[in-house]
Structure formats: C-alpha cells, structure tokens
Design a protein around this ligand. Structure first.
Ligand SMILES: NC(=O)c1ccc[n+]([C@@H]2O[C@H](COP(=O)([O-])OP(=O)(O)OC[C@H]3O[C@@H](n4cnc5c(N)ncnc54)[C@H](OP(=O)(O)O)[C@@H]3O)[C@@H](O)[C@H]2O)c1
Length: 488
C-alpha cells in the first residue's frame, strides 16, 4: 500500500469500485476528542463522498444517552467545527443523521446490543477515544462478543484505532501490547498519532523521499546539527487531571517528537510501501542513543510559572484549576540525542517541546556546515502552522527572514489530519499509523527520563516569555523560524 501525499480526489472514485460497506464505532463518544475532531471529520468525509455511502456511525459510551441526545451532541460538534471551515449542508445532514446512533456500553448487555446493531455491516472500525486505561478491556470485550473477525478472513475486516498514549512507560506499553495482541493481529491495529496526518509531515515526506534533492548532503559530512521544536502557546486549559497523570514526555515527546525525528533522519525506504516505510522508521528509532552521559547533562525538564502571552497575564501551571500547589509534573522537556549509524554518527539532535512557549510552532531546523566557519545555511521544515520548507543563511546578527522557499504548497486549506487518517483506515492503509515496534523503541528511550523526573523537580520558566528554562536555552544555540515571508 502506498503513502498518499495530498490526495486530489477520492480514492473510491479513482478505483471505480463500490467502496465496502462499513461501520465505525467511536468509544468515548461523549468525550472531548470525539466532539472536537472525530465527529466533524466523519461528517466532512461523508459530505465529500469520501466515506462509503452506507457507513453507519455508532457512538459508544457508559453514559445513558438517547439517540436524539447523541444526535444533538454530534450536530453541535459539527456546528462548532464550522468555524474552521467545515460547511454545513442541511439537506445532506437530514440524510446523514439517519446513519448515526448511540449505544450505551458499560455491561455485557451493551456489547450484545452493539453486535445486533452491526448485524448488517460487514466491515467494522472500532475507534478507542477513551482514557487509555480502558483500551485493553474494550478490546477484550469486543473479542469476547465476537465483534472482531479473524484477520485471515478475506471477505470482511475489523480494525481497531487506538488513541494515544499507548502505555505510560516501557512496561505498561509492553503489557498493553501483549494483551491486545492476544485477540488482534498487528495488521488490525491502527495506533493513531494525528501529527502524521498533517500536511506539513506529508510535505516533509515528499521533500525527502519523492524529490530527494537534499539526500546527497543529508548526513554527518554536511550537517552540523539538527534541532526539532514543538512549541505551544496554550497552557493546559481544563485538562489538569490528564496533565497530572501524563506530563509532557508522555504527551508529546515519546510520540509526536519521535515520529518527526524518525521521518527527518531515517534512510529513504526502498519504495513507498507501508512495510518499507515502517521498517526504516523502526531501524532509526532503535539507533537513537539517549543519555550516554548523566541525564542532567543532556536533558532538561521544565514547568511554567505565571507569565504573559500576547500581552495578557496567564497563570502558572500550579495555579491552573485542578493542579496541586506543589505539582512537579513537567510541561517542558529538552534533550540532546545521537543516532548510532553511519549517516548521523557524531551529529547532535536537539529536541525540545513545551506548553506556554512564545510561539506555536512545530519545525525541524537542519544546520548545514559552511565552507568557512559561520557561513552555513539552515533548512527549516515547518510542520505547523503555515507548513513549508525554507532556507536561511546562518547569521551572527540573528537574521529572521528566509532566503528562499523550497516547496510549492498551495494556500488552500488541506484535509484535516483526522480526516486523512480516518480515510486511510477505511482503506486499510497503515502507512501513517504507528507500529508496535516503533512504540516500544520510543518507550525504551524515554522511560529513563520519566523515572528520573519522578525524583527531580522540573526547572521553572515564565509562561510565554522564554523557550523553556535557562538550562534548556544553554543546551544548544536554538533557532526558530520567526517569519515565513521572504519579502520584507
Ligand atoms: N482531547 C484532546 O484534545 C486529545 C487529543 C489527542 C488525543 N487525545 C486522546 O484521546 C483519548 C480521549 O481523550 P478525551 O480528551 O476525549 O477524554 P475525555 O473527554 O475524558 O473522554 C473520554 C470518554 O471516554 C468515555 N469512556 C470511558 N471509559 C469508557 C468505556 N469503557 N467504554 C466506552 N466509553 C468510555 C467517557 O464517556 P462515558 O463516561 O460516557 O463512558 C468519556 O467521555 C485519550 O486517549 C487522549 O489521550 C485527546
């Protein structure tokens, strides 16, 4: 199966085949993510004819909701998404809503009813958008109630999409993997990392592995260092409980950051088949070397204090509603890692991610050596916002404008990441999902830092004013792309 880059038309249309009849069951239907992302994505896919005509949508949760109440919730989610460009088509909605229902699912009886509800749907996607502690038991129940087919069946399929985080550390991820693999084949498991559905990631992929212009110099001979930044301006909002249980390493570093690192640094796959892509990613992730030194020399954790974002005062993490006054959960982490292979030996990769930083940005900065000291170039691959690829001269004066833009992304809004990934899942294309070995390799890497954090309180940084604590700024001479416009 191939890796799609910015699909121009529905693959259903391209193949001139009737799409298979399918149902999608969303566990966690009353939750945040379902309303924020999954329901608007399903509506929009259906509106654009990118879902099979008769796809049934079932919301599943433990709360007692009537179908009418659930329809209201679904419609509210779609209406809220309209502000970000999703069109509401009333006559389509009237037809579409007939395919939506709710199933209360806290007992065996609920699973029996779900089985009955899906009796006419051959193929099934189960999307687990619940808290991670429920993943294993839901998979178990689906299997006990005959809702999961044997993966060898040719005429029907069942797939399970699993939200993040997949485990809390190496042991728990391995346990979860052991549990679900008793009833699911790896080909049926779609671990979702929504970053991989972003246009900027597909742009990076095309730049490296389709165009390949920089491949001859994408190595230690020409590259001095690489930096990856995932910065968010926002704080934790109302998700105190989630943050207290999770922290930044689990929420951003072990998944999004590692996937970006893998795509930025892996060897080009022999072809763009899903299996080849995953094989190269896994090789790369297993070659990342962390903490050859003392952890405190190569990693920094931080937590934001009160500060200012866009001129408005904002509270510190410990003042956020629901956060204990002495919480030592990290909202920032930075680390220096090396990659043990021929291509990258000796090249430092600096990784940093945090909440309440001065700008929202996800970008990779590749520093190319110059012929003379200080006259190299930095290539910025911006994933979000405003994805693009830019080249800039390294300048002592801190030049903020790029010299040239290297990609040709259109200004038109592209498909939302969840839409892209859901569509791929319906088609059985797992290229942009995370495989078990990738997940385990990542936890192997970060579990020592998570253990270290349990006994070492994070450094402090003022919200919105600095790119993390002082120690992180001293770890590297960090650069971010402040402007994407080339003209003054
Ligand atoms: N929110 C985000 O922006 C975001 C972004 C990326 C990923 N995620 C991931 O998405 C998942 C859900 O996050 P969320 O923020 O939506 O959480 P949430 O608001 O707490 O929603 C979770 C929902 O799961 C339902 N649930 C719990 N146990 C269940 C079970 N056994 N069977 C069926 N439903 C069950 C609950 O509804 P009932 O009480 O009705 O059962 C609850 O509404 C998490 O893994 C999270 O890490 C969230």
């Amino acid at each position: 199966m191939s890796f799609f880059w910015i699909a121009t038309a529905s693959p259903f249309e391209e193949s001139h085949q009737e799409p298979p009849s399918a149902a999608i069951v969303v566990f966690g239907a009353t939750g945040d993510l379902a309303s924020l992302k999954i329901f608007p994505a399903l509506y929009h896919l259906a509106l654009e004819g990118r879902l099979p005509e008769n796809t049934a949508i079932v919301g599943a949760g433990r709360k007692n909701l009537s179908n009418e109440e659930f329809l209201k919730l679904f419609r509210k989610a779609v209406d809220s998404a309209a502000t970000s460009g999703i069109k509401i088509d009333e006559s389509f909605w009237t037809r579409f809503k007939g395919r939506i229902s709710y199933q209360k699912i806290d007992t065996d009886e609920g699973y029996n009813q779900l089985n009955h509800l899906l009796r006419n749907q051959t193929n099934r996607i189960y999307y687990l958008a619940t808290q991670p502690s429920a993943f294993s038991s839901i998979v178990q129940k689906l299997s006990e109630h005959g809702l999961i087919y044997d993966s060898k069946q040719k005429d029907r399929w069942s797939r399970v999409v699993i939200e993040k985080p997949f485990g809390r550390d190496l042991d728990s991820a391995q346990n979860l993997q052991n549990e679900i693999s008793k009833v699911l084949d790896e080909s049926q498991i779609y671990r979702i990392d929504h970053f991989l559905g972003k246009e900027g990631i597909q742009n990076l992929f095309a730049f490296r592995f389709k165009e390949g212009l920089f491949e001859p110099i994408w190595n230690r001979r020409y590259v001095d260092q690489v930096q990856i930044t995932i910065g968010e301006e926002i704080g934790i909002g109302t998700r105190a409980q989630f943050w207290e249980e999770t922290g930044l390493v689990r929420d951003l570093l072990q998944n999004h950051m590692m996937q970006i690192l893998a795509l930025a640094a892996m060897d080009p796959p022999a072809n763009l088949d899903s299996e080849k892509i995953h094989a190269e990613k896994i090789k790369l992730l297993n070659a990342v070397r962390l903490f050859p030194d003392k952890i405190e020399n190569v990693a920094v954790m931080g937590q934001y204090d009160e500060g200012e974002v866009k001129g408005i005062s904002v509270p510190g993490y410990r003042q956020e509603s629901g956060v204990p006054a002495k919480s030592s959960i990290e909202t920032f982490a930075a680390a220096k890692v090396f990659i043990d292979n021929d291509r990258w030996e000796g090249v430092p990769f600096y990784l940093r991610a945090g909440k309440r930083l001065p700008a929202k940005t996800t970008e990779i900065a590749v520093f190319f050596k110059g012929l003379q000291k200080d006259n190299g170039h930095t290539l910025f691959i911006r994933i979000q916002p405003e994805p693009g690829i830019f080249l800039r001269k390294i300048s002592k004066e801190g030049e903020s404008r790029p010299l040239v833009r290297l990609d040709t992304l259109s200004d038109q809004p592209q498909a939302d990441a969840y839409e892209k990934l859901l569509e791929d899942c319906f088609h059985g294309d797992a290229s942009l999902f995370v495989q078990a070995d990738e997940q385990i390799a990542s936890w192997k890497l970060w579990t020592p830092l998570i253990r270290h954090a349990a006994t070492h309180p994070p450094d402090r940084y003022p919200a919105g004013k600095t790119w993390g604590p002082k120690a992180a700024e001293e770890l590297a001479h960090w650069e971010v792309l402040e402007k994407t416009s080339i003209n003054p």
